[in-house]
Design a binder for this molecule. Sequence first.
Ligand SMILES: [Ca+2]
Ligand SMILES: [Ca+2]
Length: 677
Amino acid sequence: MHKDESKKDSVRMNTKGHTNNGFVQNEAVTERETDGSNQADPLKTSTIDIQEPDPIKPYAGMPKEVLLLYSSQARYKVPREILFWLIVVSVVVLISSTIAIIILSPKCLDWWQVSPIYQIYPRSFKDSNQDGNGDLKGIQEKLDHIINLNIKSVWITSFYKSSIKDFRYGVEDFREIDPIFGTMREFENLVAAIHDKGLKLIMDFIPNHTSDKHIWFQLSRNRTGKYTDYYIWHNCTHINGITTPPNNWLSVYGNSSWQYDEVRNQCYFHQFMKEQPDLNFRNTDVQEEIKEIIQFWLAKGVDGFSFDAVKFLLEATHLRNEPQVQKNLDIVTNYSELYHDYTTTQVGMHDILRSFRQTMDQYSTEPGRYRFMGTDPSDQEGIEETMMYYGKPFVQEADFPFNYYLTEMNTLSGTKVFEVVASWMKNMPEGKWPNWMIGGPDTTRLTSRFGKDYVNVMNMLVLTLPGTPITYYGEEIGMEDILATSITGSYDTSLLSKSPMQWDNSSNAGFSKGNQTWLPTNTDYQVLNVDVQKNQATSPLKLYQELSSLRLTDLLLSRGWLCYIWDDANVLVYMRELDGLDRVFTIVLNFGETTEVNLQGLSIGLPEKASIKLSTTFTNQGQTVATAAVRTEKGEGLILEHRMPTLLHHQEAFKDKCLVSSKACYSSFLNILYNSC
Ligand SMILES: [Ca+2]
Ligand SMILES: [Ca+2]
């Protein structure tokens, strides 16, 4: 029965002269011919069927021929075409919206942005072998302290093989660890331990010069092969012990920057000490050597470099005298008495730094393996010169130049802090990432500059500003410089901020079990140490932990806008806000004396009450304050949380007072960050 119907359909279609594709038509013809030659009746029957067609309806399982017949009818064709194009459009929309989301989504914060960077002066952190000097193994023993601070990256300052005289800065071998700090095996163990704990490692690199004991210098002074031009040599006269240098250029530490060398009978150039000859960076062989050293450490798993003293990399080849600040002086010997037009920030210096970046990029291709590049121009330059280290929109250079401006402040006030913060934020190229430091190995510790009262408020400042805070070891507990009188014999003032880390109240503050330490421990260590503060509910350490935890978890602090609200001699007030979040943080920091500010008077739409999210005193946490009278004591800091009807960066009056590093908005509905705002 089924077979018969099938035949009927075939014939009907052919006799109607229906156009179809060749395959189906041939099949039908074959079928008809076969059937026709053997069975006349069915053919006859089908002819009758043509004249009186049965109302055949489409149904599931129908033969292909019938399906094609009906499918060409308008009532089926049109919906089919509509559906087809709907699918095409949906696919295109889906693909383009996926691409749009990828393009519009802000980049996730990288490891060097998500948490503070902890800077360690390795000789003073922890001594593992009782010789009184901190070492790499000691750092490894104390990694949990860094994790407890919610910190993800560690910056260890120079530990290369160096001579004691120019310790840290005069490298004798860029591929060796100084024995005082341990062995290469211990370094590799430290890198493994750092990575095992989910931390990253940044190390120093000082490309400008080497120690005069470096093999390159020894070969250079003997004019050996390619090493002949590894340093900057020029003719000079040397008669009866008196050298007449090629020009008036001065070393950073004073006096001529040219040193006569008897072996070569020429003068070599040194920006720093005479034991630290400058490498000749105009020599491509030198550039290649430096590149290979960078690769050497990257291959060992180092996650980033702080390139030190980079503005000194190149000097002018014309050797003209540098202009004097005071023209009438006959002799100048102090570095500050010259304008350093020909010995700092020379054309081509940034190209060299970009070549460092390119080398590091070759090691950054795997996910999660981005290599960080920070630059340290040594002395802070003008803000515009400093910003050049960020590179250009399409030419990447450093991830950031280190921001020393807060460490150079000698007096503290709300307005002064505001000026320093605003200067960086306003001058920073669009889309770049700021950083903040309040101390470091070469600056007086904050506590010694301004007193203990401002430890908490300064930590609250750097941890609530946008960007990466850099915490010099001991700042989390408010360590102070040691007194100059505690050091016997001659000393360098920069040693005062490098005293041993204060771990507990055992001998040598738990830094070393040896009889002596290389620098004396601060006398306050029994009351000011990690162990004591761990057990105090309201210590600087506890506050630091709370702040770093909040910064890690709250989008307002990590991604939000910064809007300045108020600054005066005592307080600085700013807001952190993010599109898509209906709550904001208003941060009130007191850098002066007890004062009260009326934030209602600003008429910016603040609610009458705000709750205290975090306070440097801890006691008032969770309480509400009237925004018409926000009172803070000397050195007190408050993070207030409240709602805002209109975010400040949408208000006309705040157009120039709100800044953001990389734009981001949050959608609570989709639970994603995006940047089309
Ligand atoms: Ca040691
Ligand atoms: Ca140089």
